[in-house]
Design a protein around this ligand. Structure first.
Ligand code: NDP
Length: 364
């Protein structure tokens, strides 16, 4: 695609805006009706506490079923998203910009009574809009579920387009299955996400909204878009190797996150059938957490790689997601390391001696 057609494709449209508004209306309405486990969020500045409703899996399955039925009855086109990828991207970008501006002014208004309000310099204004004012990523009942659901909807529409074009390949099927399993698993374990950095510490500013609504769905699906335009021949050996990378990645990713989750709830719970090795009564040094200090990141990286391998190695474009994740997680691990060193002091030093590897044993 040349530059002028790219710019043309990026012009936002009303049709894209309607698709987006329909999606958010569904999340706001169904999200408030569909029941789910209520998990408490952090305490806000005014002393109140929001609750995160873990109903993502039902919401997602219901939405896919509704869209499937609507497509069957010719109410919506299954390729509605894949036919307007770039204009949907720019429309979502503008939407994120406007929503965070509205949130910024709402946040200013509610904080104007607070004595801790910062003086309004231009630097503060931009900082507050970018990083947000209010904790707990929720807006009109819409929270961080939107990005992961959007990613699956884009993938499914890309799948529909490849079927319509008669180009459905083994690569596309593998990519679709791996991503769908990852996204479903995310919602099956939604409760675990309520204790992650994005939920407990990140404020609702442009950075978080852009990351969730634009970055996740549109960049994590690049492999699918790429496969629509490129042909790849996979041998049986490469398919098996690709499945192994996915399975090992999943085992390490989910296993490590689960072991920590279980350990935080019950520090005596057995790990791999044996009593856990615990440092200073607080840090788990058994199982995956005895192999590397962030084995969960290794699992996530292998999963990301498995989403790109179906595209072969002829182009770096489909490897955008694993490369981005590698940079992000190396940076995040460093930040987490310094946070834990401050928090746990000498017991962290002891843990580091016992488990010297950060992410990948014998390499890093
Ligand atoms: P972690 O789940 O690794 O949590 C780190 C925290 O766990 C530390 O700050 C510390 O917190 C605690 N901890 C660390 N080591 C130990 C130990 N040995 N024993 C007990 N507690 C320990 O971090 P994230 O929230 O960054 O990641 C969660 C998941 O999300 C990961 O699997 C990651 O791969 C994934 N992720 C995916 C991204 C994507 O774009 N695909 C982006 C970012 C993350 P405490 O103070 O509570 O003890």
């Amino acid at each position: 695609m040349d530059l002028s057609s790219l710019l043309q494709a990026l012009i936002p449209s009303w049709n894209s805006a309607y698709l987006l508004l329909g999606f958010f209306a569904y999340l706001a309405i169904a999200g408030s009706i569909v029941l789910g486990k209520l998990v408490p969020g952090v305490v806000l500045a005014d002393g109140t506490r929001l609750h995160y409703r873990c109903n993502g899996l039902v919401l997602l399955l219901l939405l896919v079923a509704l869209l499937g039925i609507s497509a069957k009855m010719d109410f919506v086109s299954p390729t509605a998203i894949s036919e307007r990828g770039f204009e949907l991207l720019s429309t979502t970008f503008i939407f994120s910009f406007l929503v965070t501006l509205a949130l910024y002014f709402a946040g200013c208004k509610s904080q104007s009574k607070s004595s801790s309000l910062k003086p309004h310099t231009t630097g503060n204004l931009i900082h507050d809009w970018w990083f947000g004012i209010q904790l707990n990523p929720q807006f009109m009942g819409i929270d961080l579920k939107a990005g992961m659901m959007g990613w699956l909807l884009i993938n499914l529409s890309v799948l529909a387009k490849s079927i319509q074009d008669g180009t459905l390949s083994k690569s596309m099927i593998l990519f679709q299955i791996f991503c769908a399993l990852y996204i479903l698993d995310y919602f099956v374990h939604e409760e675990y996400m309520t204790s992650t950095w994005d939920i407990i510490a990140e404020r609702l500013g442009f950075m978080l909204v852009f990351g969730d609504l634009v970055w996740i769905p549109f960049t994590f699906s690049i492999q699918g878009w790429w496969l629509l335009a490129n042909e790849v021949e996979l041998t049986m050996t490469t398919i098996i190797a690709n499945c192994l990378v996915f399975l090992i990645g999943y085992m390490v990713f989910r296993g490590a996150n689960k072991q920590k989750h279980v350990f935080k709830k019950n520090p005596k719970a057995p790990i791999w059938g044996k009593p856990p090795k615990v440092i200073g009564g607080k840090l788990l040094a058994s199982g995956y957490w005895g192999i590397a200090r962030h084995c969960n990141y290794l699992g996530d990286l292998l999963l990301a790689l498995s989403f790109s391998l179906p595209c072969g190695i002829s182009s770096p474009v489909p490897y955008f997601y694993p490369i981005y994740l590698l940079i992000l997680l190396i940076w995040r691990e460093r930040r987490d390391e310094s946070r834990c060193a401050k928090k746990y002091k000498e017991i962290w030093t002891e843990y580091r001696k016992l488990v010297p590897w950060r992410i990948l044993p014998y390499v890093y």
